[in-house]
Design a protein. Structure first.
Length: 537
């Protein structure tokens, strides 16, 4: 039996570990799936930022590509011999002059050093489609050409392309025209960026195309000039730029040096749905796992209780069988002696008759208890509620047990409050309730023969208490004393006959009569059983 119990505990532990492991794996998979979904959405948002940056970059590319079809060597030779540019070069400049992105175009030949030294500079006149010499070029144009000139001179020996672009912040875009075969420079073209068009029209339009509103893209986007601390454009007007909330910052590729695209990722519809799905799944899984654990524990506890009940039933059957055999054997032996005519003395005849009567009464009580239990469990016990006088009930039950109490040397203490109201109960079932408590007080009296029966009024009804000074009940056994077939395992109960049915009958019959029963007990000092019954309205 112990080995079987060990196996059950082992299987329970294995089942719990398996359930927890599977639950943990499912939770991990759900969380991983949600993170993957979020990361995929984040990657999509990052891609939008890169696409926006690339789109702005490509917007400035035509100003360089327009020179790629030109024969740079021919341009170089033309300028060196005639200090003039061919028609295809001015056509390229005219094409770019029509672009709203640029407000002016300047050209500086290779001999240009700086504006301060009176370097030769030309301004492209779109109306005449000609390069017009100028001496008042803007400082930013001079600065831009100076930057590209210095950069190209450093790369000239190894550079293998005919153009080189360099931005001077967001002010000018400067293009060097390079004769890479001859390792010479034709000149420098400087495009003055139209700030009004760039800031107020182009960048806001591109933000709208690529991101839309915050609600549409799930992103708050700013084009930010970190040098000046200025927001150029945003899709969240009125929301202050705070670098602490920025998720990604993307620089433009070789253009707009001091500008950056800053984005704060918000929760998109996909993310919200994924998060809501995760919460729903985790909640459902938690409920299911909780119910599974509860079911497993309940089944295990139920199995334990069934096992304990089976053990108690087996002990009950053994006790009942033994106790039934004893009176039957006594009555059988007495009956045989009487039937054989072996006993003729009147005194012995009386003794034999008393033995038969006593054992018959004992046998009837056992049968009555068994019948009471059988009736209550099968629902065949029919109660007939009526008005019952508590004093008459208590005194009548004590009278029926007078000989039992006298044999035990107990003089009961009876305390009944005067004028107690009547209770509504089945009179036939009340006697077994009080009778079982009296019999238990006698049976487990130990060395202290004492019994007190008290009755009084309580807000919940009439209360009847039965007190003894017997062996008492251990605290660990109090919650089981009203269970069928349960007996406290100690040295006294081992020597005392019983079936574990008395207190079970007390509880069942009390509750069937609308009452309650409870017990307080201290080992070695005794017990107090309290019965509460409703008052007749």
């Amino acid at each position: 039996m112990k080995r079987f119990l060990t196996y059950r505990w082992t299987l329970l532990a294995l089942g719990m570990v398996t359930l927890v492991t599977l639950t943990g794996m499912n939770v991990y998979n759900l969380v991983s799936l949600e993170r993957t979904t979020v990361e995929a959405s984040r990657d999509g948002q990052r891609t939008k930022v890169l696409e926006f940056s690339s789109s702005v970059f490509n917007r400035f590319s035509p100003a360089v590509r327009v020179f790629w079809p030109l024969n740079i060597e021919a341009l170089h030779e033309e300028w060196q011999t005639r200090s003039a540019m061919p028609e295809e070069f001015t056509q390229a400049l005219a094409q770019m002059a029509a672009d709203s992105m640029y407000s002016a175009i300047y050209f500086a030949p290779a001999a240009f050093t700086s504006c301060a030294e009176g370097g030769e500079m030309y301004r492209f006149d779109a109306s005449t489609r000609a390069l017009v010499r100028t001496t008042d070029a803007p400082k930013m144009v001079c600065d831009g050409i100076g930057l590209i000139r210095t950069r190209v001179n450093m790369l000239l020996d190894e550079y293998r392309f005919n153009t080189k672009r360099l931005f001077d912040a967001n002010r000018t875009m400067n293009v060097a025209l390079i004769n890479h075969r001859g390792h010479g420079i034709v000149g420098y073209v400087s495009y003055v960026v139209n700030q009004d068009y760039l800031r107020r029209i182009y960048i806001p339009q591109e933000l709208e195309i690529h991101f839309g509103s915050k609600e549409e893209s799930g992103m708050s986007v700013w084009v930010y000039d970190w040098l000046r601390g200025e927001v150029i454009a945003t899709n969240v007007p009125g929301q202050e730029y705070d670098r602490r909330n920025i998720t990604i910052g993307q620089r433009f590729q070789d253009i707009l040096d001091t500008w950056t695209v800053a984005a704060a990722f918000d929760e998109t519809g996909v993310m919200a749905a994924s998060k809501a799905s995760l919460i729903r799944n985790l909640t459902a899984m938690g409920v299911v796992v909780f119910l599974l654990i509860l079911s497993i524990v309940f089944i295990f506890i139920l199995a334990q209780k069934e096992r304990e009940l089976a053990v108690r039933q087996a002990g009950f059957l053994a006790n009942v069988t033994h106790e039934l055999k004893t009176p039957i054997a006594v009555m059988q032996a007495a009956g045989e002696n009487l039937s054989d005519g072996r006993v003729s003395d009147p005194a012995k005849l009386k003794t034999y008759g008393m033995h038969i009567h006593t054992e018959a009464v004992r046998l009837r009580k056992m049968v009555d208890k068994l019948l009471d239990v059988a009736k209550t469990e099968s629902g065949q016990l029919q109660l007939k509620p009526m008005r019952v006088d508590v004093r008459e009930w208590i005194e009548g039950t004590l009278r029926s047990h007078a000989s039992l109490l006298a044999d035990a040397g107990i003089t009961p203490v009876v305390e009944i409050t005067a004028g107690l109201p009547q209770i509504l109960a089945d009179a036939d079932s009340l006697d077994p309730i009080l009778g079982n408590l009296i019999e238990n007080a006698v049976k487990y009296r130990g060395e202290n023969a004492y019994l007190a029966v008290r009755a009084g009024i309580h807000p919940r009804g009439v209360v009847v208490e039965v007190e003894d000074h017997g062996v008492g009940i251990p605290s660990s056994a109090l919650k089981h004393v009203f269970d069928k077939f349960y007996r406290v395992e100690d040295s006294l109960t081992a020597r005392t006959k019983g079936h574990g049915l008395g207190l079970s009958i007390v509880k069942i019959l009390t509750e069937l009569n609308g009452g309650t029963v409870s017990v307080k007990s201290v080992v070695g000092k005794g017990s107090i059983f309290q019965l509460t019954f409703p008052i007749v309205p």
